[in-house]
Design a protein around this ligand. Structure first.
Ligand code: PMP
Length: 391
């Protein structure tokens, strides 16, 4: 196509490297299994940690909200798009997180971009873990603040960055709570101590810890007992919570400021009633059905042990995200294809989502998986791994 030759050229290269793929179409709802290409596969690629995407209570709440309030809100929050349910849900979230206030964004992505792109000026410095999520990186790209990257989870390097930026008005240290591609947990207590020592703000992105870690899924701050010592908690409503959205939990002053200045909040229409009602119901489910999180962790231990016993390199994960690291991009895609043949959907993840030579198949078990399904998945991994010479 004339004018797009430069894109075609790049795409050809991806095709040659075996990493150009159509989007995978799901033909059913997704719980422990999903229908793809007419076949029922064991689902190991979804962030639906607790199976809440199909929880009857969430579906019921969404339907009722549509019936009462309609399908959409017709406006951004600051004009005519704030319903009472939006405010009530944010109060519920703040209570849940033990913070003064909370503010919901359209997604976790825009929550990170909204905070990082808004609250700092060129007098400030943001200090970020090297493996932080793309939305943190993009948020940092939007700020005028100075930038420092510290080596992944390396506290000596973070200390160095804090020491070298002492002339800044404010320093903000930002980290994923759980790193999305490796499943490892940030050393948050050490980060908090350093930030207290150097008078820096701490921000944690708990996208993969919301609904997964801490009491009733309150996240890494609760998991480590750090309430009141982490200034900004970002999270998503799109993974364990099972619906869509992102939130910022922290002091009231932060909420007030973001409402008036965060561009993704100001200039994008608010969540439909069905989304907010289902998210709100999900928090109640977290409080009232703690057995879901227990089951998630039981399944996590079982599956992780199984993969390790088979001889796969599963990195340093301490959460339900378990990477099966194979190195080569094409090999990761082949393993994923082979698993699909075996009845398991676990997606290959390649550069630029992970660094070069770190390609992997990423697995996520959920509370919805049965032991039998996880055993079947492990058998499939064993056969595919042997066939491709990985184990
Ligand atoms: N932060 C992290 C660490 C994530 O993994 C994700 C999801 N990929 C996000 C933020 C974005 O969340 P959402 O999907 O709600 O936009």
């Amino acid at each position: 196509m004339k004018g797009f030759e430069h894109l075609e050229e790049e795409i050809r290269e991806w095709q040659e490297n075996g990493v150009f793929r159509p989007l995978t179409e799901l033909e059913s709802d997704q719980e422990s299994t999903v229908k793809i290409g007419g076949r029922k596969l064991i689902q190991l690629s979804s962030n639906n940690y607790l199976g809440l995407t199909t929880h009857p209570r969430l579906k019921e709440a969404a339907l009722e909200a549509i019936n009462v309030y309609g399908a959409g809100t017709g406006s951004v929050r600051t004009i005519a798009g704030t319903f009472s349910m939006h405010e009530a849900f944010e109060k519920k979230l703040a209570d849940f997180k033990h913070t003064e206030a909370a503010l919901v964004f359209q997604s976790g992505f825009t929550a990170n971009v909204g905070v990082l792109g808004t609250i700092l000026t060129d007098e400030d410095v943001v200090i970020s873990d090297a493996l932080n999520h793309a939305s943190i990186i993009d948020g940092i790209r939007l700020t005028k603040a100075g930038r420092r990257i510290y080596q992944h989870a390396d506290m000596d390097d973070l200390k160095k960055a804090l020491e070298e930026t002492q002339t800044a008005r404010r320093r903000l240290v930002v980290t994923d709570g759980v790193f999305s591609m490796d499943g490892d947990v940030a050393p948050l207590p050490d980060i908090v101590e350093l930030c207290e020592q150097y008078d820096a703000i701490v921000m944690v992105d708990d996208a993969h810890a919301s609904g997964v870690m801490g009491k009733n899924g309150r996240g890494t701050v609760d998991h480590f007992g750090l309430h009141g010592r982490v200034h900004i908690q970002v999270g998503t409503l799109s993974k364990a919570i099972g619906v869509l959205g992102g939130y910022v939990a922290g002091p009231q002053v932060l909420r007030d400021y973001l409402i008036h200045r965060a561009r993704p909040f100001l200039f994008s229409t608010s969540h439909p009633p069905a989304v907010t009602a289902a998210c709100s119901e999900a928090i109640d489910v977290l409080l009232e059905e703690p057995e879901l999180i227990d089951r998630l962790w039981e399944n996590t231990r079982f599956f992780k042990d199984g993969l390790t016993r088979l001889g796969f390199n599963t990195g340093k994960s301490g959460t339900p995200i378990t990477p099966v690291i194979v190195g080569n991009d094409a090999l990761a895609m082949k393993l994923s294809d082979e698993l699909i043949e075996e009845g398991v959907y676990a997606q290959g993840i390649v550069f630029p989502t992970v660094p070069r030579n770190q390609a992997r198949v990423r697995t996520i078990v959920t509370a919805a998986h049965s032991k039998k399904e996880l055993e079947q998945a492990l058998e499939a991994f064993g056969r595919a791994g042997q066939k491709l010479g990985i184990i």
